[in-house]
Ligand binder design. Structure first.
Ligand SMILES: Nc1ncnc2c1ncn2[C@@H]1O[C@H](COP(=O)(O)OP(=O)(O)OP(=O)(O)O)[C@@H](O)[C@H]1O
Ligand SMILES: [Mg+2]
Length: 359
């Protein structure tokens, strides 16, 4: 999704100039003509950044900024004040009100462009950091709980199995069986938690991605459980070497592929491809024609213990996320209910590795 920039200015020419520039930079531009209108737009369209003129009728930029920064939902949207007056006092007022940056008019569009880019990048890093911290804290907590649960669980499972073996009353036998199955499910979860802990360290060394992808594909082919699934690969012939932990990376890919298999009800297709991309990166894309996800599931897809499956631990993608992070890569997902899902992993090619040849 394109980042959305709200431009607030009472001068029609400035609005046109700035929105044209923002759109040319690849953003979605929205406009408002005074502070009040801006607040309304913010509430309805949740911009990623606001360019805010100071002198405007109805409500000036300072007042709009003050209100934005005193409301929890809007506090974290970066605000750049556009001030006509170069007076120190004006700059300070804006910053004191919580604006992230200011630009003095007459501004150069190149400067506006650079400031916007840098603030958006900082905001993206910040939110990634929050997410990572949240996931690490959650992981630790869960690990602690799992540790406490493991022994009693073994006892319950053992007792239930003995009851099942010795019980003669059919109904009681059934209860024991239900308990055994529930315990098995929890034990599977514990196993996943161990796996989660086990992959905490990735030891990176240079290697080729194709081997890892082919291994993972070969393995998932044995796990399709009788469904009619075509798994295709479309890999670059000589990809540049990446710094990787082959074992962990295979786990990461396999978790994605296993989900794709789960998402396909009876028949479908999974495609694993690699392609060179800009900025010296290599992209691995995994697409399936499965059930897809709606917004709510999509938002939490990488969170530990988020699952929609009866027997899922909800850890597969949390593990994948963690491994990709250890490889200094990024992972994103796009999905549409009823259509399918695409995971895109981006790896940075270390300097010195041969650049990928364009197909
Ligand atoms: N390719 C996909 N298509 C549709 N839904 C998906 C896909 N990948 C993930 N999901 C959704 O995201 C959830 C989380 O996936 P994740 O792999 O983390 O856990 P899980 O598969 O439920 O359990 P586990 O992998 O630990 O056995 C899944 O339960 C499913 O709802
Ligand atoms: Mg899974």
């Amino acid at each position: 999704m394109k980042p959305r920039i709200l431009i607030v200015d009472d001068n029609e020419n400035s609005l046109i100039l700035l929105s044209t520039k923002m759109e040319a930079d690849g953003y979605e531009a929205e406009t408002a003509r005074n502070g009040l209108e801006a607040l309304k737009k913010v509430a309805s369209s949740h911009p990623d950044l606001i360019l805010l003129d100071v002198m405007m009728p109805v409500m000036d930029g300072y007042e709009a900024c003050r209100r934005l920064k005193s409301t929890e939902e809007t506090r974290y949207i970066p605000v750049v004040m556009l001030t006509a007056r170069g007076e120190l006092e004006d700059k300070v007022t804006g910053l004191e009100l919580g604006a992230e940056d200011y630009i003095v008019k007459p501004y150069s569009l190149v400067e506006v462009s650079a400031r916007v880019k840098s603030l958006l990048r900082m905001r993206a890093l910040q939110s990634k950091l929050n997410e990572t911290e949240k996931m690490a804290a959650l992981g630790e907590m869960v690990d602690g709980i799992a540790h406490e649960i493991r022994n009693p669980l073994t006892t319950i499972g053992g007792m239930a199995r003995r009851l099942f073996e010795h019980e003669t009353d059919e109904e009681h036998k059934r209860y024991a069986d239900v308990i055994t199955k529930a315990v098995l499910r929890m034990e599977r979860m514990m196993q996943r938690i161990d796996e989660y802990k086990g992959i905490l360290v990735s030891r990176l060394s240079p290697g080729g991605i194709n081997g890892v992808l082919n291994d993972a594909v070969a393995e998932v082919k044995t796990l399709t459980g009788g469904k009619s699934i075509t798994i295709k690969t479309d890999l670059m012939p000589d990809p540049p070497e990446l710094n990787m932990d082959k074992t962990n990376l295979k786990v990461a890919i396999l978790n994605i592929l296993q989900n794709s298999v789960d998402a396909i009800e009876k028949e479908g297709e999974i495609t694993v491809s690699t392609l060179p991309a800009q900025d010296n990166t290599l992209i691995v894309s995994i697409h399936d024609t499965g059930s897809g996800m709606d917004e709510e599931v999509l938002k939490k897809v990488f969170h530990p213990f988020h699952t929609s499956k009866m027997t899922g631990a909800g850890l597969g993608l949390a593990i994948t996320y963690r491994i990709i992070q250890d490889h200094m890569g990024t992972i994103e997902v796009e999905s549409e209910r009823g259509k399918g899902t695409t995971f895109t992993i981006k790896f940075y090619i270390p300097p010195g590795a041969a650049a990928p040849s364009l197909r």
